[in-house]
Design a protein. Sequence first.
Length: 299
Amino acid sequence: MDADKQANIIDGKAFAARLRGRIGAEVARLKAEHDLTPGLAVVLVGEDPASAVYVRNKGIQTREAGMNSFEHKLPADTKAEDLLALIARLNADPAVHGILVQLPLPDHLDSDLVINAIDPAKDVDGFTILNVGRLGTGQSAMVPCTPLGCLMMLNDRLGDLSGLNAVVVGRSNIVGKPMAQLLLGANATVTIAHSRTRDLAAVCRNADIVVAAVGRPEMIKGDWIKPGATVIDVGINRVERDGKSRLVGDVDFAGAVGHAGAITPVPGGVGPMTIACLLANTLTACCRINGLADPATSV
Ligand SMILES: Nc1nc(=O)c2c([nH]1)NC[C@@H]1CN(c3ccc(C(=O)N[C@@H](CCC(=O)O)C(=O)O)cc3)C=[N+]21
């Protein structure tokens, strides 16, 4: 591929490293000025391969930013009452400012019930009803990490998003819906498309911004992308290719890179930003819990 085509690849890894640098500086300042160290508790129930990928990088990066990392690994057959008791302890622990319960949970656990047991002030995923409602009504919320990272990259690339046509492909509570709320809050014209959308290709061709979060490998084709559009690929799909295991996104990257004005790769795009935003949210939660002004951690 020639140098011109490489120029439009958004380097999420480098972007995330810059963001983590700013977070680290704010953490050091909190320590020096207020004797506070943000703490993030991650609760893992059972073994999920996608969650394992995520947790591996997260603990290291939390500590690298100068924060405390508390990991709670529970067996797959953990009873709801025991998980809820742990969450109650973390809610009450003054050293813990962020609580993340890895999803998906084993089938016997009701994830809505478990998530809503988290103190909304410590809900660094932004998944509790209170934070979802705050985001939807434009009130100060904890914002889900993946959509927040996507918005940061979009703002960096495009500046003002007012009046742009944004298509979010996927309607999950974790990515699609909060992404649409953030884009609406930024004055974009937002379409939420999904598996039942008619003529998805035509819907995408109208978009200045495509956020792909459907969880289907390379479903969004290159010729669905309007020339010059910005493409954010949230998908992380493990596939077998030529006998090797590889990660691919929800967008056919090779096909789309020649059409898009800018595109995130997989890996090295949205994934690293998700973790950086988790750290940013933990820092923000620590400041808010302690009555301090929000930190300056946007890049
Ligand atoms: N309560 C909850 N919150 C989450 O945010 C959450 C979750 N549960 N459960 C699991 C998923 C998955 N997830 C990832 C985040 C970053 C990478 C990431 O950094 N990926 C690297 C690739 C890593 C590799 O090379 O395997 C990249 O895209 O460059 C991956 C996956 C967060 N999740």
